[in-house]
Design a protein. Sequence first.
Length: 296
Amino acid sequence: MRVNLDLDALRSFVFGVELGSFSKAADRVGRSASAVSEQMARLEAQAGRKLLRKLGRGLAPTHAGETLLAYARRLLELNDEAVSTIRGADLEGWARLGMPQDFSEHCLPDVLGRFAREHPRVRVEVRAERNNELLERVATGKLDLALTWGEPAGPHAERLAELPIHWIGPAGRPLDWRDGEPLPLVAFEPPCWFRTAGVTALDAAGIPWRLAFTSPSLAGLWAGVAAGLGVSLRTEAGLPPSVRTLSPGESRLPPLPRISLSLHAADADPPPAVALLASLLRQTLAETLETFQVTD
């Protein structure tokens, strides 16, 4: 007999593994912890294999569980795409989105591409800019939605996440900086939330600094850091492999604050296409940024 895997159980299974906690998975899917435990038991019975093993106080996937995880993600994506396509078959209009450069290469492009395929009659336009440009375009109606760093500003803004800021150095080698020398910084020209946070922390700690490299693009900043020209500041979201976060003990640099990621809308009651895109952004970022919201 053919076995039909329970998609609801698969969704709980995926959330549990990705979030590192089946209690968090229960909150995400709107079920009790005991109900999710029952789902996992049924899923193991359907699979005919042990899918989870104890790891410390939590659970981790077995070899069979890792195999199922890959299939589960594909099945859920196909299921969600089918439902979204059927429900949104007649959806049309424009959806103009702005985002920080941190998300322009990772995380969101694939999601936005899927949204465009599922709703071929919706024209999606995306701009990756700095905060000031994004906020101005939302205020003047040139963008329908914008993700920005910093606290929500304006009547139609909401906080989606709060992430720790880190010192960022080159990958594969220690930070080349001696005590007493000005710390070389790689940063945007002001105004910049991250630059302000770093300079404020350095000044408060009595650490001298100098601006070693600036660029209008985030890719340019990462190139400067990777080349060893200095350190920068950012969250862990979207970091390329050429750079890495520096631990406090290694860098001898002061602790940094957290920063909000906010979603701004041009209208309180946006068109259906824009509202659907906003909902997709909230869901995607909640899942993607979960692991970045806890400070080491």
